[in-house]
Ligand binder design. Sequence first.
Ligand SMILES: [Zn+2]
Length: 142
Amino acid sequence: MLIYDLVCGRQHAFEGWFQSAEDYEAQLRQGLLRCPLCDSDEVGRVPSPSHLRTNTNKASPAREEAKARQAQALQQLRDYLQRHSEHVGERFAEEARRIHYGEAEARNIHGTASHAEVAELHAEGIHAVPLPLSSLDKRKQH
Ligand SMILES: [Zn+2]
């Protein structure tokens, strides 16, 4: 898959995805390439070194943006948890159980638990909501 930076006669820049360079040439010849903004078929490639990037080694700007937004949302969630909930780390399942059975003070906690532990908690009627924060932790360590 090739991603080309394209531009129309009115200088609207956009991206085109093609199976191959031949695919691009064929679509161009048949007038199938049109500007998504003004529908002009005067479309050509932007002469820049980025015109040969592929989606295997570089993500599109839109995808990068979505990823950044997701990371930001996770960060906000993590900030919220840090302010309103106690981090109990690996002791999550144990602590959740102690709270449930009145052996520890009732409060919000977060931490890590295995799928098996979460399943056990659910079986005992204890609510644990899995959050994708551990993947964020792992990414930050690298
Ligand atoms: Zn245009």
